[in-house]
Design a protein around this ligand. Structure first.
Ligand code: NAD
Length: 466
């Protein structure tokens, strides 16, 4: 298992001692054992990393597209070569079951890095508009602040497009999952990225994260995490008139219209919520079912969730705080009158940050468990009377990240999806597309990740008139 932690920061192409002495313990959430310590970065580390990134910027921005593409391709190959290491590290620090760690946590970033190697080579950074040549130029130094729920995916979804655009990067990963970030730094180094193009500072959010978000040498802050912190980062960036991309929470609706394949819609919906122990910002945590099919859907969901045994298909939550938070939401759901049809607030094991996979029926739209992001294996099933009612409920939260619609045919489902306030909607089980733009409406965020839309976040536009 790759839990041999570095005791320094990766800055300017080398592992350097941290400015301070403090460290952060990394805990395996399945058995609560400390598996490593990483340095707790300070403003001084962040400053050194931003200087290194700024020094490397002119050279990297001027590097021909084909060379940048080849180096991103080398990062992709390095991730592929260390796939097993990555999966084992994500299992150790996040608690993801091995099959999920391999397929998604290690597999998806390889695909995304590969997509940016290709885009870096083929993207047109110049276009003609009348007598103007319009150039897309790198924004500059990027401060990337990432969460723990998809530790490597979130890193690659920011770093790969930033590098493809010609930007240099300072990464501050989540304190719960720094080992995956260190592994990524090793891969970036071995791939031969020039010194300073990618830099890593581990540390606490309110210390290292805040220093990075507020640093005057950072031109764009890309953040994924909670709405509360995102709001703060957006305000700091706004005050400095700095670009910002925010990927925040969600409370996505899985709308099952009359005529849909109910068993499939419920089965896929339950799987979607239970995957990664519900720690997915785009999870369909609200299932909306027509009143005529409601009881059948609840019974199908209860049967489906029985297959998600904690400790097997469902891992622990990332830490004790998240477990308590999620159990608090389950208790609140009961207090507000929702009916538990599976799971409940009791912890399934004495050790490890596990929560019982939980399904609530008789959830009404104003309940806390229908409004707030729980970030655990908890599904709320709501009843609607007609399509207008379904749409009102689906759009009735502050969030707008994702969703799903199921109907007898894709046209009917798509017609409903067009009215949803959400950045991504899957039609009748449409597959995840790593090239499609990902991001939120309303308080789910600002900006898009992945594919060409993700790349353009890191570009400035300049027009030259002839
Ligand atoms: P968080 O927002 O505190 O952490 C995300 C990242 O931001 C981490 O790297 C953290 O160190 C950093 N950070 C924290 N405070 C900061 C600050 N003041 N300035 C700069 N950076 C800072 O998220 P969390 O506390 O780990 O999780 C809490 C809730 O956030 C979850 O229950 C969930 O609802 C939500 N969340 C959403 C996502 C997502 O993918 N959108 C990911 C993780 C968590």
């Amino acid at each position: 298992m790759a839990t041999q932690a570095h005791d320094g920061m990766y800055i300017g192409g080398e592992w350097r001692p941290a400015a301070g002495q403090d460290t952060i313990p990394v805990v395996n959430p399945a058995d609560e054992q400390v598996i490593a310590h990483v340095p707790a970065g300070t403003a001084a580390d962040v400053d050194a990393a931003v200087r290194a990134a700024r020094a490397a910027l002119p050279g990297w921005a001027a590097t021909p597209q084909a060379e940048r593409a080849a180096l991103i391709g080398a990062v992709r190959d390095g991730l592929a070569a260390r796939k097993d290491d990555i999966a084992a590290t994500v299992t150790a620090e996040l608690g993801a079951p091995p099959a999920l760690a391999e397929a998604v946590h290690a597999g998806l970033p390889i695909v995304v890095a590969g997509s940016y190697a290709e885009l870096a080579a083929t993207y047109s950074f110049e276009e003609k508009i009348g007598n103007s040549t319009v150039r897309s130029e790198p924004v500059g130094v990027v401060g990337a602040i990432t969460p723990w729920n998809y530790p490597l995916h979130q890193i690659v979804a920011k770093v790969a497009p930033a590098l493809a655009a010609g930007c240099t990067v300072v990464l501050k990963p989540a304190e719960d999952t720094p080992l995956t970030a260190q592994l990524f730094a090793e891969v970036a180094h071995e791939a031969g990225l020039p010194a300073g193009v990618f830099n890593l500072v581990t540390g606490l959010g309110p210390v290292a994260g805040q220093a990075l978000a507020g640093h005057e040498g950072v031109d764009l802050v890309s953040f994924t995490g909670s709405t509360a912190v995102g709001r703060q980062i957006g305000a700091t960036a706004g005050a400095a008139v700095k670009r910002v991309a925010l990927e925040l929470g969600g409370k996505s609706a899985n709308v099952i219209l009359p005529g849909a394949d109910l068993a499939r819609a419920v089965g896929v919906g339950v799987a979607n919520v239970m995957s990664n122990s519900g720690q997915t910002c785009s999870a369909w945590t609200r299932m909306l079912v027509h009143t005529d099919s409601y009881d059948e859907a609840v019974s199908l969901a209860a049967d489906a969730v029985a297959k998600y045994a904690p400790g097997e298909r469902v891992g622990p939550l990332v830490n004790a705080k998240q477990r308590e938070r999620v159990r608090g939401y389950i208790t609140k759901g009961i207090e507000e009158g929702a009916r538990v049809v599976a799971g409940g607030p009791e912890a399934p094991f004495a050790t490890g940050y596990y929560v019982a996979p939980t399904v609530f029926a008789d959830v009404t739209p104003e309940m806390t468990i229908a409004q707030e992001e729980i970030f655990g294996p908890v599904l709320s099933i709501l009843r609607y009377e007609d399509e207008a009612d379904a749409l009102r409920i689906a759009n009735g939260t502050v969030y707008g990240l994702a969703g799903a619609v199921w109907a007898a045919d894709p046209e009917t489902a798509a017609a409903f999806a067009r009215s949803m306030d959400a950045g991504q909607v899957d039609i009748n089980g449409g597959r995840f597309n790593p090239l499609a733009p990902f991001g939120g409406y309303k308080q789910s965020g600002v900006g898009r990740e992945l594919g060409t839309h993700g790349l353009s976040e890191y570009l400035h536009t300049k027009s030259l008139q002839f």
